[in-house]
Write a protein of this length. Structure first.
Length: 246
């Protein structure tokens, strides 16, 4: 029970990586607050976890929702020790094909939402004597891909923000790190409706020969949330089957 007594907020907690992280943190003893836009998905995850899970319907692109999310966590469980910024929006496109609205949507959720959640949670992490912020970036925080210019820009910003936050708050024992997943088999990937040939091609980009699973990312999050990582901050953790080693 490495996280006994800790309270964690996980955005995008209704499915995919966020659900996997919520389950893993709860299994290690944390009380978890899961946020997402779809109430039914959140309710299903909360039922899996039990009374130590609070679902809060949240759009991380809306500042008022972010404030209410953190307030709900504090009111229900008494504080915040861990923040996992997982919610993200991926819209494929190039510099010419992206619309202004697409660009703004991705930056609102993937960058502005991360900053505003950190800002809302920091006073509570400070009051707890320290804590852990885990930002979910991407391999595209470090390398690029075709037809992903907007998403790549947002995930590069998440890693840069992670490092700056880590420096600003290290003296307060608030650690900030970034997990950078490769392609993980989630609903987000399924929405692209890859045919078998395209799927094989993308799997081949990962030397370990498979897509990641949510639990692969979740175990890294457990480590970064726990005291086992107490001397790690400002770091990028590629959990990518070897994608960025090439």
């Amino acid at each position: 029970m490495r996280l006994s007594g800790k309270v964690a907020i996980i955005t995008g907690g209704g499915s995919g990586i966020g659900r996997g992280i919520a389950l893993a943190l709860a299994q290690e003893g944390a009380k978890v607050v899961i946020a997402g836009r779809t109430e039914e998905k959140l309710r299903r995850v909360a039922q899996e976890i039990g009374p130590n899970c609070l679902p809060v319907q949240t759009d991380t692109g809306k500042p008022n929702d972010i404030t209410k999310l953190v307030e709900n966590a504090v009111q229900r469980f008494g504080g915040v020790n861990v923040l996992v910024n997982n919610a993200a929006l991926l819209l494929p496109g190039t510099a010419e094909s992206h619309t202004d609205d697409e660009w703004e949507q991705m930056f609102d959720v993937n960058v502005r939402g991360v900053w505003q959640l950190c800002r809302a949670a920091l006073p509570h992490l400070r009051a707890a004597g320290g804590g852990s912020i885990i930002n979910i970036g991407s391999v595209l925080s470090m390398v690029a891909a075709r037809n992903r210019v907007g998403y790549t820009a947002t995930k590069g910003a998440v890693l840069a923000m992670t490092r700056a936050l880590a420096l600003d708050h290290a003296s307060e024992k608030i650690r900030v790190n970034c997990i950078c997943p490769g392609i993980v088999d989630t609903e987000m990937v399924a929405r692209f409706s890859l045919d078998e040939s395209a799927r094989r091609q993308r799997i081949a980009m990962h030397p370990l020969g498979r897509f990641g699973q949510p639990q692969d990312i979740a175990q890294a999050a457990v480590f970064l949330a726990s005291d086992e990582s107490s001397w790690i901050t400002g770091a990028a953790f590629p959990v990518d089957g070897g994608y960025t080693a090439q």
